[in-house]
Design a protein around this ligand. Structure first.
Ligand SMILES: [Zn+2]
Length: 123
């Protein structure tokens, strides 16, 4: 089966080689925090049903996401800042629509607790 996919309408990036998942498929929404900003982005928000594999591909620059490839080529590191587990891709879209990803990021907001958020809404 597929490893999950990322959708970044902000950059106009299309899903990679994985097949599209049904919208009710549950997985993990994850937020990556870059060590340096690149093209005015310091975060990447994605959805995957196999986070470890997906992160490995991001690290190797082979995830099919241009921004992550550039990051890899420039040698900029990143960290997994936060996850929302057992959610659907709709959650990712909702978070993306909210904008202001640094508000969601515990690494940008040191006071924030590092706990996965499941079903309740994020303010
Ligand atoms: Zn951050």
């Amino acid at each position: 089966m597929s490893t999950g996919w990322d959708l970044d309408e902000f950059l106009g990036i299309s899903p990679d080689d994985d097949e599209l998942l049904p919208v009710n498929r549950r997985g993990i929404v994850y937020l990556l925090h870059f060590h340096c900003s690149i093209r005015h982005n310091a975060h990447y928000l994605g959805f995957s049903v196999n986070l470890e594999k997906r992160l490995a591909r991001h690290r190797a620059g082979t995830s099919g996401v241009n921004l992550m490839k550039e990051l890899h080529e420039k040698g900029i590191g990143f960290e997994l800042a936060r996850t929302w587990e057992n959610v659907t891709v709709l959650r990712e879209r909702q978070l993306k629509k909210q904008g202001g990803r640094s508000r969601l990021c515990p690494l940008c907001r040191p006071g924030m607790r590092l706990v996965p958020v499941t079903s309740r809404s994020v303010a």
